[in-house]
Design a protein around this ligand. Sequence first.
Ligand code: UD1
Length: 377
Amino acid sequence: MKVMTIFGTRPEAVKMAPVIKELARRADRFAVVVTVTAQHREMLDQTLEHFHIRPDHDLNVMQERQSLTQIALRALDGLDAVLAQESPDFVLVHGDTSTTFIGCLAAFYHGIPTGHVEAGLRTGDKYSPFPEEMNRRLTGAIADLHFAPTDWARANLLAEGVPAERIFVTGNTAIDALFLTVDPGHRFARPELNRLAAGRRLVLVDSLHRRENFGEAMERIYRSLARLARETPGIELVFLLHKNPEAREVGLRHLSGLPGVHLLEPMDYPDWVNLMARAYLVISDSGGIQEEAPSLGTPVLLLRDKTERPEAIEAGTVRMVGTDEGRILAAVTELLANPAAHRAMAQAKNPYGDGRAAQRIADAIETYFGLSKQVAK
Ligand code: UD1
């Protein structure tokens, strides 16, 4: 069975990598074709390198300050040709980016069945996160098989009328990728990080890049981070710049030159997860970090008003603090001042899986398409 994976951004690459590896391991049953839109460039390439994945097709769609429409058009056009050439039996997409939706749509236009990895996440608000909530809903409407990370995600799909036999609860492949990468003896590529990690309490701020936060909310977030740096002794604030120019400009404007603040270019995935493992807490607007940090024992403060990952909040590993300046500061200060509050978050159990999601996905594809039986014959 020829399976084509289609993805385009760093997080999709991280979470698709374990699936690609698992399918490739079952070479008697699967031929894997890797297609990347390259909606991201450097950030994607670093990740592919880490997992030793060489794409068979690279559409190279990224352009400086690309609009959503441009990504969608260029990806759809490029995928049309690749799908016509390869004619795969099954297409796998991951998550909620523009590439996810367009990849699924392109396969559908070619009459090719599709599977959605990390299916069923919902905030219920089509504008938040924007455009991701709509991307995953539209993908869910097209996909034939749905790999839901949790029972909650499965319930969302059932409520939308997806037949039960097409949904598989697998855990999240982010945890598989994490287990392949976290290493207590990890040495960082940048020497300053080795020194930092060994030193004072590390507050890690992840590349804030949500489109719905651009503007006033982003200004509030950065004002609170600047105050945190000025008013809190004993911390190192490590800030990961995103490649998105709109997101990074605000960060640079508010945080450059402040004491204890380190503004770093996006680092590769192994450095990133190992740094997260050593951080005292993470401040983020990202989706995936809510899944990863609990496996690393690192509390997350989420700078959003809505989440598609309520399991992490219920488990107590993530707290949603929104974008209000006072609330952000109060939440960080509490975790720094109150070890019991920190411990309660750090020790909560990760609801997102056990590192075997990719195996379950491969098993589900085999079962659904009757491959195990065919091979046994
Ligand atoms: C995208 C996804 C988002 C995902 C995020 C992960 C969409 C609409 N958004 O957001 O769901 O959470 O990736 O990071 O699919 N850039 C570079 N080099 C890179 C990557 C980006 O220069 O390696 C710059 C480009 O100027 C690009 C801009 O960043 O125009 C924005 O990238 P884009 O993919 O449009 O959106 P993200 O904000 O990265």
